[in-house]
Design a protein around this ligand. Structure first.
Ligand code: HEM
Length: 89
């Protein structure tokens, strides 16, 4: 199967802290649906935009990616995270 752009961006920029949808720094703040829904405000009404916001701005120990990834790349990786969280990492 074709490797999606989102997964390539994720592996290059996110997997160091979020391998397999985990979180090596703040262990409960995973990329599993239950955690995203619990910790990200408005996740349930607008999940992809909520992930985009976090990736653009960063939060606490997570760096901002606004100046590192393009808008299109951030959209691709957010859609990838959403899809993996819905189908199970
Ligand atoms: C939290 C995505 C890169 C460290 C999160 C959350 C998302 C996310 C959606 C919210 C999880 C939750 O609250 O349950 C991403 C994506 C990345 C990325 C898509 C790549 C573009 C990184 C990197 C690091 C990191 C490289 C470590 C250097 C963290 C930390 C949190 C977090 C510490 C918890 C923040 C808090 O205190 O609320 N990440 N992340 N992330 N991420 Fe990332």
């Amino acid at each position: 199967a074709e490797i999606s752009t989102g997964s390539v961006i994720f592996n290059a920029n996110c997997a160091s802290c979020h391998i397999g949808g985990a979180n090596i720094l703040v262990e409960h703040k995973t990329l599993q649906k239950s955690a995203l829904s619990k910790y990200l405000e408005n996740y349930d009404t607008d999940p992809i935009q909520t992930i985009i916001n976090q990736v653009q701005k960063g939060k606490s120990a997570m760096p901002a990616f606004k100046n590192k990834l393009s808008e299109q790349e951030i959209l691709e990786v957010a859609a990838y995270v959403f899809q993996k969280s819905e189908t199970g990492w």
